[in-house]
Design a protein around this ligand. Sequence first.
Ligand SMILES: Nc1ncnc2c1ncn2[C@@H]1O[C@H](COP(=O)(O)OP(=O)(O)OP(=O)(O)O)[C@@H](O)[C@H]1O
Length: 662
Amino acid sequence: MDDVTTCPQRKTAGRARGARGAVTLPLPPATAQAAPTGAALGDELTDAYWVTWDGAASRTSLRHMLGRLPAISRRVLRLAWDADPRATAGVVVAQLLSAVMGAFGLWASVGVLQALFAQGATADRVRSALPSLVLVAGLLMVRAVLDAVVALGQARLVPRVRRTAETEFLRLTAHVRLEAVDDAHWSDDSYRAFDRGLYYTRESIGQLIQLASALLSLVGAAGVLTLLHPLLLPLLLASVLPQGLAAVRSARARFLSQVRHSTLQRRIRMFSWLLLDRSSAAELRSCRAQSALLGEHERIARLIETEDGRLGRQEAATGLLGRALGGAATALTYATLIWMTMGGWLPLAAGGGAVLAIRTGQSTLSRIVLALHYVYEHALWVDDLLEFQDRCRALRPRRTGRPAPERVKTISVEDLVYAYPDAGAPALRGVSMTLHAGSTVAFVGANGSGKSTMSKLLAGLYEADAGAIRWDGVDLRELDNETVHGRVAMVLQDPVKWPLSALANITVSAGTITAADPERARDAAVDSGADRVIAGLPHGWTTPLSKRFREGSELSGGNWAKFAVARGLYKDASLLILDEPTANMDPRAEHAVYSSVLHGRRNPERITVLISHRLASVVECDRIYVFQDGRVAESGTHAELMALGGEYAQMFTLQAAAYRAA
Ligand SMILES: Nc1ncnc2c1ncn2[C@@H]1O[C@H](COP(=O)(O)OP(=O)(O)OP(=O)(O)O)[C@@H](O)[C@H]1O
């Protein structure tokens, strides 16, 4: 028995299949969460790029972190040195001197105590303590100046590191081969490196300075104690250890909580943005989706509130534990000091000095623990960035030293095969064709049949897996890749809406946004129909084409397309590729573009490739290639293909019939 009749869900699915052909999509559930709830909310983004290293420090042993510290310090110092050697040297020297001054200051304070605790009249003791007091004050002043030098050096260094690191990063990524950019993993890695790696690169300078300052001050305290009495050093360790452990615990709790917190923050920001942003404003209102999104926003806001409260309570508890442990350790330390003084092993004044040094050591320890966690974790992000940049260097376009010809006469394609990275089937499977200077050819065919891919291979944006493309007999692989790009103008299906001036939107195709050939720019604007758009802009050529800027203008889809065509025409290239350039244009604008491309100021030496689904516009092309499933199924002039009565003739007749019927 046919069970479709007994199951309503299957019945509906069967109907959907019957109406649309071979689709077997299962029915969706009747209710679904807009976003994960409960524990899943914290876990949903564990694989996201921004949490790759978040909390890593809290999962690593202190020993491991300390072991990695020298390598991390070298790497960060190298970055700083490359950005500004003088400022780096200044910061390092001032930091060291400041630590030395700190240690001397501590020693001089012990001198003050010694004088005050000595025997004799009070006035005499105060008088003999004066030189040490003056020394302490002097050292404090020198230290303040040195710390200011460190701060100034840091203020100069961090923006420089930021500038040099960001420029290098963008220089490398902007030149990586297109097929690498198409790879989703590469994109994820690049966003991760940009968003986190660059940020932590500059952050790590300040963190390392803080860590160095705290470590040096601990070393200074330890040195002073050893001078006072060798037994005091283990006493310092014993007194700071419990507090150190509490500091580690607290730092780890904070790191782990940050991961969950940032997940919630990201999700709530997404909902805030959907409610706020201009791009979703129209649809938000027409769908009347405001309350649904506000509800979701409220739900996450409450979770954040709970999380904040939980973290606050946890921090208070850990802080209390740390203080209790620290208090107990301090009491023990003082008891030991008293015992040593009473036993005559330690002079009273030295005991006072020891108290000072131990207090200094204790206060720097929590700074060290926290800074160590930050430095370690940030270094992982910096490593990630540097490793990504090395990958980019390996993915630079081919530099063969052999430039592409200024004006290519013949492009021959032989048995071309190409598969996108990670794609199952090849997008092109054995395409051959020959294109001659001065001709206009068309690529037509069903969606996904390989037309755009073919045009990108012709332009040298992708490299063939098998077969070859030859420019005047020379394999594209032997030509300097960037010079090939310089000879090709591409008007892409989904052109970039450059948030630049109207003029720069045209000149950018020639690699500049600040200089123009005025006549060429005007011709390109006239031929593409962008001239009327520019004439209507408040500041003409100089109007910014983005509402993000004051006095900026936003264009309609069709008008953006005219700018894309103008860009293609402005670049006086050997090969002009127009990939569905008029899809968004009104019929008159479309007609004008095709007339100017086919009959207008046509460069007699140019090869023009036109990709279009509107077959009426390719009728006049010198040759039409019909793509089917990654292959050229038919080719010839319009008349030849119509006479053939194949795929092209069927598609053309279908379109023509629709018009005739109307
Ligand atoms: N960047 C990419 N990464 C992976 N696969 C891709 C990519 N671009 C296109 N493809 C796949 O390659 C095949 C050919 O796509 P292509 O864009 O060349 O077709 P097309 O003929 O230009 O289609 P349309 O008429 O829809 O523009 C399709 O299966 C498509 O899904």
